[in-house]
Design a protein around this ligand. Structure first.
Ligand SMILES: [Zn+2]
Length: 287
């Protein structure tokens, strides 16, 4: 697949992937930052896009959730709708490539803006993962902090139409960060600590428009780590002097190809030979 991809991409695309793979090959402590664009290949739409859900749905802000039973019921109704639509989504080639990169020992931390839980499901280990905007794969009590499996709570809500409560009496909410809700301080600390030590930072499938999350990769770049951005469409960091390599295009094709190229045995060895540096390459006679 990656070999054929090299032959079918426009020259700049193939060259970009090769450059990207060299950065990965040279790095030993990578900060991976991901956004909604990496989950679209799993069938999860980008909520913030023009066709996104926030174009038609009014978000429930955190204070309203805490104060009003009807706001809580509306919030759970929206979450139930999403769960029915996307709850069965599976990790895709980007999530799996990040896991391969971790197993090679090159990943310092994966920081995601996504709440779909697909990094964890793909196999990214908990100590290497920060979900800055939380996760839909857990429900959290807003009083005692206890976290639990969402399934029984959704079943109860579907039956009663009332937002579920914890055994302690507290309000239960999917463990995502709502509009108007504070990020978890320990998550932000871990992410910015990784930005201080990583020797490569990559931003995948994010428009880098939502702060403070988008400040995390930029902090690593400002410190001097090479900064590679792969996204379809413009990002807020385009044109910044701190961006080392900007690849425009489908991250689900580009990133796995770059990882495979970097992790393949020998291709980056000097003198491995051939125009692709020894990378196995199919020849398509039609081109
Ligand atoms: Zn509780």
């Amino acid at each position: 697949m990656p070999a054929r991809l090299l032959d079918t991409l426009p020259p700049m695309g193939a060259e970009g992937i090769q450059q990207f793979s060299r950065f990965i090959d040279d790095a030993s402590s990578i900060l991976v930052f991901t956004g909604a664009g990496i989950s679209t290949a799993s069938g999860i739409p980008d909520y913030r896009g023009p066709e996104g859900v926030w174009a038609t749905r009014r978000p429930v802000v955190y204070n309203d959730f805490m104060a009003s039973a009807s706001a809580r019921a509306e919030y759970w109704r929206q979450k139930l709708e999403d769960r029915e639509a996307f709850g069965a989504a599976e990790p895709n080639a980007v999530h799996r490539a990040i896991v391969r990169l971790e197993r090679s020992g090159k990943v310092d931390l994966v920081v995601t803006q996504n709440v779909d839980g697909l990094h964890a499901e793909a196999g990214t280990s908990a100590e290497r993962l920060v979900e800055v905007h939380g996760t839909n794969r857990l429900v959290q009590c807003q009083t005692c902090g206890a976290r639990s499996d969402p399934a029984p709570h959704f079943a109860m809500f579907a039956e009663s139409g009332e937002a579920p409560r914890c055994g302690c009496g507290g309000l239960l909410k999917p463990a995502t960060i709502s509009f108007g809700q504070q990020l978890r301080a320990e998550d932000i600390t871990r992410a910015f600590e990784a930005a201080q030590t990583s020797d490569l930072v990559v931003a995948l499938g994010s428009t880098l428009a939502v702060t403070p999350a988008a400040d995390i990769p930029m902090a690593a770049a400002r410190r001097g780590a090479p900064y590679v951005i792969v996204n379809q469409g413009r990002t807020e960091h385009d044109g910044s002097p701190f961006v080392t390599l900007r690849i425009e295009g489908d991250v689900s094709l580009i990133f796995p190809a770059a990882v495979d190229m970097a992790l393949a045995d020998g291709p980056m060895d000097p003198g491995a030979g051939g125009p692709t540096g020894g990378y196995p390459r199919e020849t398509d006679p039609s081109i």
